[in-house]
Ligand binder design. Structure first.
Ligand code: PEP
Length: 251
């Protein structure tokens, strides 16, 4: 069976002390998991929280972004090499907030995917359509283009380390969740696209997470669908009870 994953994206929330407390509570409440549990705190807390997660089965550390260049004069930026050196195993790439507020286009995201893989980490590559695209029924093609331009330059060996997160933009932080059927339909179409490019074996092994107002109440229904392999969680990742309940919903 392919890997099931719940990843918590804290975004720009929590002080260090709050982050330590949240991590402590999550570790205490998640005693077992039918998959990987990934925590993506803000950059300054990665090392401390990564140390807290060490030795706790199931837990893995992620960054929320990285710069596409290896190193150099990019004031304020953080490289993939730096993230690997503090223990990150995953990097979220192409979150819709990065695309929207920081103008990150697919070519830049492809470069971020490359540096992430080159440092031995796994990209969690986000894709998803805005509401106006779904309204005219063009969401499959829109997401396909994001994947083709952001990921499909990879060779098969590299692609095997990719995690895809489908996050319809209209469902992120809005309380509007895609129905489990909408999620399943898109995940199935993503898997078919991956299969066309890399073959069925690779497609069957690729984790495809759902993100967008996933919470303790709707996670079981979403994760019960055959092509939904867990979730990328925003708001509900900031509350230990909710996050633990979402992890418990993994199939
Ligand atoms: C996200 O930002 O990746 C996300 C899914 O947010 P939320 O769960 O708050 O909708």
């Amino acid at each position: 069976m392919r890997q099931q994953i719940v990843a918590g994206n804290w975004k720009m929330n929590k002080t260090l002390e709050e982050g330590i407390e949240l991590t402590r509570a999550i570790v205490e409440k998640v005693e077992k998991a039918n998959g990987l549990v990934v925590i993506a705190p803000p950059f300054p807390y990665l090392r401390d929280l990564g140390n807290m997660l060490k030795g706790h089965k199931h837990f893995h550390l992620a960054a929320q972004n990285c710069h596409q260049e290896e190193k150099g004069a990019y004031t304020g930026e953080v490289s993939a090499e730096m993230l690997a050196s503090v223990g990150c195993e995953f990097v979220i790439i192409g979150h819709s907030e990065r695309r929207q507020y920081f103008n990150e286009m697919n070519d830049v995201l492809a470069a971020k995917v490359n540096v992430t893989l080159a440092r031995g980490m796994r990209p969690i590559f986000c894709c998803g359509e805005p509401l106006d695209i779904r309204a005219v029924n063009m969401h499959d093609g829109y997401v396909a283009q994001q994947l083709i331009e952001g990921l499909f330059h990879l060779n098969e060996d590299d692609f095997r380390n990719v995690v895809i997160a489908y996050e319809p933009i209209w469902a992120i932080g809005t309380g509007l969740t895609a129905s489990s059927q909408q999620a399943q339909d898109m995940h199935e179409s993503i898997r078919a696209l991956v299969s066309e490019k890399y073959g069925k074996t690779v497609a069957d092994l690729t984790p495809i997470l759902y993100g967008g107002s996933c919470n303790a109440q709707n996670a079981s229904e979403l994760f019960s669908r055959p092509d939904v392999d867990g979730g990328l969680i925003g708001g509900a990742a900031l509350k230990s009870d909710d996050f633990a309940a979402i992890v418990a919903a993994l199939k």
